[in-house]
Design a protein around this ligand. Structure first.
Ligand SMILES: Cc1ncc(COP(=O)(O)O)c(C=O)c1O
Length: 376
């Protein structure tokens, strides 16, 4: 029995985040799938779309040039890179595809990734002709640094692909340490930050960082980013080169795009930075801890993550005989609680069964988590 209410930090951030966006229809505990945009982000995207109707799509895009460049600069700052190292794409998957298609590595090239790698990423690596091999990990699926060092010293892959926080498990990988080991070994590190940008620190020394707008940054859907250091970009061959006055990575930025969505993402990133990334991370971590305290053992559901893992995401294994997909549907239709049911096919190298994912953003309260516990 919980005797004390779990502590959340930076209540002001929760209140500001809540008042900055439309009222949720129920309890939204699903930001690892898709977060809720703010009024300003929604309005900026709508404003750009209106501009397109008034001025013409390409004239409107030109008027947004400075804003988009500021966005590249701020996003670059979040991953320790420059504006020239940032390209807007359509999603995290689109970023990985753009990277692999430009890299043009020979078929059969060995690359390393986690056993718990997001299955669509493994599929993309294979589709590019690469041969993914597992990184050594501990019982939780966290990279084992001694093992990684040994692998890099004895049989280095062409690059390491590390998913910073999984889709199926709120565990943070030791990306800074892996980046340092990779740098020492001269092996590029590609970081999938789809679940980590806006959630935990992503300025860690990776050579490539890619991510998506709609999750922890709370930007629009249909937008993603590919960030690559110049040494990597120099090895990429685009289908069509960019004009000489544009940074080379821009050749991987899709020409036809949801520009209004990119504008919205830039606003969302601005809101994230204004809130203070450190404070955001601290509150998200506190929400994760609170969720695990409130949910562990409720009706036989078991929390996968260590209680103090510094993420907001909690995944729950069901008790025997309870179906996760049915539970997720019941939570939504009977209680208005939004969560995600994740089947083992999402990370088949690691998952032994389905989990229910709970991923609150800054506006969530302990009462939301207790309501979920009661509904379970
Ligand atoms: C860890 C991880 N990588 C990549 C992706 C793919 O992101 P997108 O849907 O933007 O392509 C996701 C999406 O859920 C994810 O969780």
């Amino acid at each position: 029995m919980t005797l004390l209410e779990p502590d959340l930090v930076h209540e002001d951030l929760g209140a500001t985040w809540r008042s900055a966006r439309p009222r949720p229809a129920g309890r939204h505990l699903d930001s690892a799938a898709c977060s809720r945009q703010s009024h300003r982000v929604l309005e900026a995207a709508a404003h750009h779309a209106r501009h397109e109707a008034e001025l013409g799509g390409y004239v409107a895009e030109a008027t947004a040039d400075d804003l988009l460049q500021q966005g590249r600069s701020v996003i670059g700052g979040l991953v320790g890179m420059a504006a020239a190292d940032v390209a807007f794409v359509e999603s995290a998957q689109a970023a990985l595809v753009a990277l692999l298609s430009g890299w043009r590595l020979p078929a059969g090239t060995r690359v390393a990734c986690l056993p718990g790698e997001y299955a669509p990423n493994v599929a993309q690596l294979r589709a590019a002709g690469l041969a993914p091999e597992p990184l050594p990990v501990d019982d939780l699926g966290r990279a084992d640094l001694d093992g990684v060092a040994r692998l890099l010293a004895t049989d280095p892959p062409r690059f390491v692909h590390l998913t910073h926080i999984g889709s199926h498990r709120g565990i943070v990988q030791p990306a800074r340490e892996v980046a340092a080991l990779c740098r020492e070994a001269g092996v590029p590190l590609v970081l999938d930050a789809a679940q980590s940008l806006g959630h935990v620190d992503t300025d860690l020394g990776a050579d490539v960082v890619y991510s998506t707008s709609r999750k922890w940054l709370a930007g629009p859907r249909g937008v993603g980013v590919l960030c690559a250091r110049p040494a990597v970009t120099a090895r990429l061959t685009p289908v069509l080169p960019e004009p000489a006055d544009v940074p080379p990575l821009r050749a991987f930025e899709s020409g036809e795009a949801h520009v209004a969505g990119r504008v919205g993402l830039v606003l969302a990133v601005g809101e994230h930075v204004a809130a203070g990334p450190d404070r955001v991370r601290a509150r998200l971590a506190a929400l994760g801890r609170a969720g695990r305290e409130v949910l562990e053992g409720v009706a036989g559901w078991r929390v996968v993550e260590p209680r103090d893992e510094p993420t907001a995401t909690t995944t729950l294994r069901p008790p025997d005989g309870v179906d996760v997909v049915t539970t997720r549907a019941r939570l939504l239709t009977e209680h208005g609680i939004v969560t995600t049911a994740i089947g083992p096919e999402r990370a088949p190298g690691e998952m032994t069964g389905p989990v229910l994912r709970v991923s609150p953003h800054l506006d969530a309260t302990v009462e939301d988590l207790e309501a979920l516990a009661a509904a379970l």
